[in-house]
Design a protein around this ligand. Structure first.
Ligand code: ADP
Length: 194
């Protein structure tokens, strides 16, 4: 696990490529309260479950808003690519269908009392990787794992802060952190902005 973490940390702190005219900058971090299905961003991240066939919370909201096409694409992904389910910490992208976005990135967060909590970092990093691969300039995250999967919001905020504090990208210009409650918003603002 330590090796894996190093690999991702190295990726987050990678150095500028030699591409001509590449702008390498720290993305703007925006923290808001709201419904992620109403947020305009090139990539919307879904706190999915391993089965990819629907769940509660943010997963339910995204499926309702995106429509049947998303359900069908997820079904195909499950049958053809992930017959055993998408592993915890991994991420996969689909079309956005009726959402105001280019793609939806589905990632499976760790269950706080069952899985390795370190895997939460991997969810964020793999989502960022997919957003870059798909030329997304903005990405919106819910607070992955902090609902049904029981991850404490304060711990999630600390991980997110540590991850994005020194992160630079040639592609992503804005990272939008979308919180569902006033209390979660307060904790994120305190931990990340102060
Ligand atoms: P997980 O199973 O990963 O814990 P949940 O969907 O249960 O995922 O919860 C993740 C976070 O998303 C929680 O903080 C929850 O309050 C929040 N949430 C639920 N619905 C929405 C929504 N429509 N937009 C943004 N955040 C949401």
């Amino acid at each position: 696990m330590a090796k894996k973490r190093d690999e991702f940390t190295a990726w987050m702190h990678r150095t500028k490529s030699n591409k001509e005219n590449a702008v390498w900058d720290k993305p703007k971090i925006t923290i808001i309260k709201g419904d992620i299905t109403k947020v305009k961003a090139d990539a919307i991240v879904n706190a999915a479950n391993s089965g990819l066939l629907g769940g509660s919370g943010v997963d339910w909201a995204i499926r309702q808003a995106a429509g049947l096409g998303l359900q069908q694409e997820c079904q195909l992904l499950r049958e053809e690519v992930y017959p055993k389910g998408l592993p915890v910490g991994k991420a996969v992208s689909t079309g956005a269908y009726k959402l105001n976005a280019k793609i939806i990135i589905h990632t499976v967060g760790p269950r706080y009392y069952k899985d390795n909590p370190e895997l939460l970092r991997e969810c964020y990093i793999r989502s960022i990787m997919l957003a870059e691969e798909n030329s997304c300039e903005s990405i919106a995250f819910p607070a992955i794992s902090t609902g049904a999967y029981g991850f404490p919001i304060e711990k999630s905020a600390k991980i997110v802060k540590e991850l994005f504090d020194n992160f630079k990208s040639e592609v992503i210009q804005e990272i939008i952190l979308v919180l569902w409650s006033d209390e979660d918003l307060r904790v994120y603002k305190r931990e990340i902005e102060e």
